[in-house]
Design a protein around this ligand. Structure first.
Ligand code: MTE
Length: 319
């Protein structure tokens, strides 16, 4: 997804990952211990609780049956540009993020705007574990057991008005915690803060999960602690991490990736093997941990549940 260094991103970067990950397996234990263990905070803020167990009943009906990607891979091979543009930057830099205390503001075109403390939010609705496929726009994928609750439950609680047509997600803006947001470093990659958006019916869809954990524990910082959204039928970049604000709006939000490269990253960004990215095909993907590429499924395998949202729409035009 690189913008400034786009010329350096080639298909070969993706296929090389297998080798890269095997090398990582030797050091993954060490990195995980480093990033998931107790972090030291010079300024005295409350320590982050990554690694804390989080209980949730598995929702089998909404879970894929494939084995989960190794935890080590899911926490050391990440996209989180606020920490840097390389896949191992988030794991290395994640200790800088302080996921507690944290608040999430839900406002905009709603009857009852509210700011939730993260611990209150985590207890608000029954937590479910759902094993979803995550398909990155860069043509790799993982299977991840997320823990969270349907975003729709939260949205209904704040009572959207009839004018609310879209939902906008904003990630924390704080260059002290996110070195990638510092001007002059990778600050030029995106117009910070990271903003994403969904149509109202997409946000209310039962598959759309507000996520606070994965693999039976609190969300690790590099995966978007303390709260992120997961929209499994869309490319991974639609699933914004470390969210501080959810705003209901009347107009389609301008997303960070759309602003950076509108011809490459459309607002919808539904997984679609028939619509190529301008720089690579989306017909196949490489599952992290596997060597052979596999075909990509329409809507990332969730067509039965979500195709009706797009009935009559030209998905080449609305990519
Ligand atoms: N959210 C923020 N705030 N910043 C990012 O750079 N990257 C996106 C998405 N959410 C990103 C983000 C992309 S491109 C992907 S593929 C997924 O996060 C990766 O999630 P993971 O690292 O938990 O696998």
């Amino acid at each position: 997804m690189l913008i400034r260094r786009a010329e350096r991103f080639k298909a070969a970067d993706i296929t090389d990952e297998a080798l890269y990950l095997r090398r990582r397996e030797f050091i993954a234990g060490g990195i995980a211990a480093l990033t998931l263990g107790a972090c030291d905070f010079a300024d005295g803020a409350a320590p982050a609780p990554p690694g804390t167990p989080l209980k949730a009943a598995r929702n089998d009906q909404l879970s894929v049956k494939e084995p989960s990607t190794k935890f080590e891979s899911a926490t050391t091979y990440n996209n989180f540009y606020e920490f840097g543009v390389n896949k191992d930057d988030p794991a290395r830099e994640a200790h800088r993020l302080r996921p507690r205390p944290w608040t999430l503001k839900v406002d905009g075109l709603v009857g009852k705007p509210k700011t939730y403390d993260i611990d209150e939010l985590t207890r608000l609705f029954p937590l479910e574990e759902r094993v979803y496929s995550l398909r990155c726009v860069e043509a790799w994928s993982m299977i991840i057991p997320w823990i969270g609750f349907p975003l729709g439950a939260l949205l209904k609680q704040v009572e959207p008005t009839g004018q609310a047509k879209y939902v906008e997600f904003t990630t924390l803006l704080d260059p002290a915690q996110f070195p990638g947001q510092k001007p002059g470093l990778f600050g030029g990659t995106l117009d910070w803060p990271y903003v994403e958006g969904l149509r109202m019916d997409e946000a209310l869809h039962p598959l759309t999960l507000l996520t606070v954990g994965m693999y039976g524990q609190v969300l690790p910082n590099q995966n978007g602690a303390p709260v992120r959204v997961i929209v499994p039928w869309k490319y991974g970049f639609k699933s914004a991490k470390s969210i501080v604000r959810i705003r209901l709006v009347g107009d389609q939000p301008k997303t960070a990736w759309e602003k950076a490269a509108p011809q490459e990253y459309g607002f919808y960004s539904n997984v679609n093997p028939n619509v190529s990215h301008p720089r690579w095909s989306q017909a196949t993907e490489r599952r992290i941990g596997e060597f052979r590429r596999r075909p990509t499924s329409m809507f990332n395998g969730y067509a039965d549940q979500v195709a009706s949202l797009y009935a009559g729409m030209d998905l080449k035009k609305y990519y």
